[in-house]
Design a protein around this ligand. Structure first.
Ligand SMILES: Cc1ncc(COP(=O)(O)O)c(C=O)c1O
Length: 356
């Protein structure tokens, strides 16, 4: 077996001990004689798996009982539409703070449903910065932002300073650092970057915020129905929930989100140090830099292509930047090791010294 360092932006690398456990349990989960993939979601055994995953995620993140934790499908992309249908379709307006491509997509979906304002937009400088403060309007039905813009590599340093009707897309930094859930009305995230495989979408929502929803919505889109049925209104992504449960236990064993954040900061510092200098150019301003996705360009397109080719050959995969920004993007999610970050930094220095 030979595993590479996988810097893909998502789906992305998973912790090796988790993959090994999945492999060991694949054919016979704990003496049941079947794979988790083959279990009825209505069985007592599976009920145990999903409830344990919920309990551990609540402990890891610190989710109080006043918030529902939902295991859904459809990715963050479905949430882009489900959120405005639930909280905007009856009138009023919502604010969308735009710090990059994913915020733009979320706003475009909301505009199909209701009235939307943009209190801040980083477009003029190519989405490389953040607003000075969190901008909120207490009359808005909600204010939406993207804690980490995966494509541009721009990340808010933490939670909003005060509680409010904040809705946050945390797809690319959920569980990468401690989080104060009580500041938010709703948090959503696809699992496939920091906590599991693709197919599972987490929604954490303040129960009293759900009172604003219209009485009738298509059943799948009704958060209340999902909350009341413990995410078992229909067949949930059973295997993705099981693997996410293992990743969550793994993060708890590492020491919880404070320890995870410390390691993530260390990895990012190693790569940003290799980036700073006269050869590479970071996309994000230093004050807005993401700990999760390091984005940068090289002096020419030919050198960028050469970097991608040579890094792949050296066992460093998934570094090609998103087509809308170009250049290179190194994703350093939870499961990327410090060794991986150091290997990348070493390659970057060596590549720069050969090609300057
Ligand atoms: C911040 C952010 N939001 C939304 C999405 C879209 O997620 P999905 O493809 O799971 O719908 C992504 C995917 O990369 C993302 O990084």
């Amino acid at each position: 077996m030979s595993r590479i360092y996988n810097f893909s932006a998502g789906p992305s690398t998973l912790p090796l001990p988790v993959l090994e456990q999945v492999q060991a349990e694949l054919l016979d989960w704990q003496g049941t004689g079947m794979s988790v993939m083959e279990m009825s979601h209505r069985s007592g055994v599976y009920e145990g798996i999903i409830r344990e995953t919920e309990k551990n995620l609540r402990t890891l993140i610190g989710i109080p009982e006043s918030y529902a934790l939902l295991f859904l499908q459809g990715g963050a992309t479905q949430q882009f539409s489900q959120i405005p249908l639930a909280f905007l379709s009856q009138g009023g307006y919502a604010d969308y703070i735009i710090t990059g491509e994913w915020g733009l997509k979320a706003r475009a979906a909301a505009e199909l449903v209701g009235r939307v304002n943009t209190p801040w937009d980083g477009e003029t400088t190519g989405y490389n910065r953040l607003p000075v403060d969190f901008v909120s309007d207490r009359f808005a039905a909600y204010t939406h932002f993207t804690s980490n813009e995966t494509i541009h590599g721009v990340q808010f340093p933490g939670d909003p300073p005060a509680a409010g009707n904040w809705i946050c897309d945390m797809s690319s930094d959920i569980c990468s650092r401690p989080l104060d859930v009580t500041k938010y009305a709703l948090i959503y995230a696809g699992a496939q970057k920091n906590i599991g495989p693709a197919g599972l979408t987490l929604v954490i929502v303040r129960r009293d915020f759900l009172d604003q929803m219209p009485a009738s919505l298509p059943p799948y889109l009704d958060y209340r129905l999902q909350a009341d049925s413990g995410s078992l209104y229909h067949t949930p992504p059973t295997f993705a929930i099981y693997v996410t449960g293992l990743v969550v236990k793994h993060l708890m064993q590492l020491g919880g989100l404070e320890a995870v954040q410390k390691l993530n900061r260390q990895k990012a510092a190693v790569v940003y140090q290799a980036l700073d200098g006269d050869f590479y150019r970071g996309h994000a301003r230093p004050s807005a830099r993401s700990v999760m996705n390091v984005t940068f360009t090289l002096p020419t397109e030919a050198l960028t292509q050469q970097f991608v080719k040579e890094s792949t050959a050296a066992g460093l995969d998934g570094l090609k930047g998103h087509r809308s920004v170009g250049g290179i993007r190194a994703s350093l999610y939870n499961a990327m090791t410090l060794d991986g970050a150091e290997a990348l930094a070493h390659f970057m220095r060596e590549f720069a010294s050969r090609n300057r």
